[in-house]
Design a protein around this ligand. Sequence first.
Ligand code: MN
Ligand code: MN
Length: 304
Amino acid sequence: MFMRIDRLQAELPLPKEPSPNAAAALQELLGGKYGEMSTLGNYMFQSFNFRNKSKLRPFYSLVSSIFAEELGHVELVSTGVAMLNNGPGDPTPEVDVSAAPFEEMKDVRLAGGFFANAGGAMPMNSNAASWNMDMVTSTGNLIIDLLHNFHLECGARLHKLRVYETLTEPTGREVCGYLLVRGSVHAHAYALALKKITGVEIEKMLPTPNIDLSRIPESQKYLQEGSHRRLYMFSPDDYREAAGVWSNDEVALPGDPPGNLEIVEGPPDGGKIPELDGNYGAFAPDYAPEEIFEIASKLYKKSR
Ligand code: MN
Ligand code: MN
């Protein structure tokens, strides 16, 4: 079962202005072939479908804890998309809808993101192709699933680097910088799992693509705090057996700050979920925002 924490895995800087095309680029990291919906879907169903869970506990725990992290990555990228589509501003309920207040939105690349979703994220890629079940591999063969996961994390790194290279604004770059560090952990973890089973030192292929995180400024604070050496359990006590794979016998990848790998109870500290304004001219929230806010405020007081 699951517990929710109302925080993001990383703190995202607020955008200076709306940047809907940057948001569209970030959609690739959410609903693209190698996006967070794919890593989530793969590890989630592999975890649920896992046979011999108790006999294969270190591997089951590894896949299960990474799956929990991917759900938070879906949340992080989705928030980044919404932030880039929102930006600062002083929205007023008195928008003149007859003056084409959103004229430029018809020309943005992912116009449906505004028309259908009011700037929110959806499980689609940067060209609005739907994410779907075909992105999920759960074969029941542990080695093949782990190999697939290793490929998926390397592919995700490739796409994150490409998206990063298209972005100039800080919100999307921070999403990429954080996820490149965490994706590197996951690729490393699946490589070590394969090594424990087969003896093949697949981690020597890393990083793939061959770009050190030292070249990504936004990754540096996460490297300095040791995020690249940590695997989070996302549970107070369960899934600790992942330490059999991600343990003190193993060390950080060459090129990253050195040190032992470690399992961490619970989630990372993370950051605040930003408060984004409603969009009055786009009827979100609709009807009479001040009345809805007042109703919510009364209900909030009753709940205390
Ligand atoms: Mn991820
Ligand atoms: Mn991952």
